[in-house]
Design a protein. Structure first.
Length: 281
């Protein structure tokens, strides 16, 4: 009887081991959780609806400055373009996407600030943008204070509209929508008077064929927005590697080429590349 018990127990252990092996085989090959390629994939969060920065094209490809930066960084981490899995990350879900492990990196017009830095780590910054206003071509709005008693649109989870209400136009009527595309549509229809976010984002929309000649940027510099690459909190190894990749991108001229390719058509006058590793909040 004793021999039978040992044999049954051994069989159970063997069965569990085989099951675990079958289920856990090559989990790392598609998780994107490692910091080097080796045949796996890396998941990178971007925006899908921001022309010039992160845009999903009708054919399913992706374009924009954030996409170019992320592709360059991924290459330096050991991943070819076909090993990148692009994941849409809306403004309100960026911190959660990193903490849950949905993505390894986020390059999605992700402005570095104190509140976000409590939840995630940042590499960069890789672009300095400024908050501005997008208005209709014939609008008389030229200053942020003109927004008092006007309807102002921005995206849920963005800090831009709160900045305007707090510092310039406390009587502005805030309308928050899930995406910038919806805000632009609201501006076009006249249901809002202005859209506020970073000038780089606004320039991308203003230059789109379907909107050309309809909108203008107010030309204000309401804030400094340092775009960083978001990384899961505590992953300092990845932060260091991404910073090294960004430094190389600036040094070899790829950064400037990406700026010209994505913002040049809109006549956007960008700032010089910020100092990588100098996290300015």
């Amino acid at each position: 009887m004793k021999l039978r018990k040992v044999t049954a127990a051994s069989a159970a252990v063997l069965a569990l081991a085989l099951t675990a092996t079958a289920c856990g085989g090559d989990d790392s090959s598609d998780s994107g959780s490692s910091s080097s390629g080796g045949g796996g994939k890396i998941k990178i969060g971007i925006k899908y609806d921001q022309p010039g920065l992160g845009l999903k094209e009708p054919d399913g490809s992706f374009s924009g400055f954030d996409v170019d930066v992320a592709t360059y960084v991924a290459k330096e981490l050991g991943y070819e373009p076909d090993q990148i899995e692009w994941v849409e990350t809306k403004s309100a879900d960026r911190e959660n996407a990193l903490s849950r492990g949905d993505v390894k990196l986020i390059a999605a017009t992700y402005s570095i600030n104190d509140e976000r830095a409590q939840k995630v780590d940042f590499a960069g910054p890789y672009l300095l943008a400024h908050q501005d206003l997008l208005v209709k071509k014939d609008s008389d709005i030229s200053e942020a204070t003109d927004l008092n008693d006007k309807k102002l649109c921005s995206v849920t989870g963005s800090t831009s509209a709160q900045n305007v209400k707090k510092d310039f136009a406390p009587k502005a009527q805030l309308k928050q929508l899930p995406t910038y595309s919806e805000c632009v549509a609201a501006l076009q229809s006249g249901s809002v008077d202005a859209l506020t976010t970073d000038d780089s984002i606004l320039a991308g929309y203003a230059s789109q064929d379907q909107y050309k000649g309809q909108f203008k940027l107010a030309g204000l510099k309401l804030s400094n927005e340092n775009y960083g690459v978001g990384v899961k909190k505590g992953d300092t190894e990845t932060v260091d590697k991404v910073n090294a990749a960004l430094e190389k991108m600036v040094k070899d001229g790829a950064w400037q080429k990406a700026v010209e390719a994505n913002f040049g058509p809109a006549g956007y006058k960008n700032e010089q590349a910020p100092e990588i590793g100098n996290i300015v909040k």
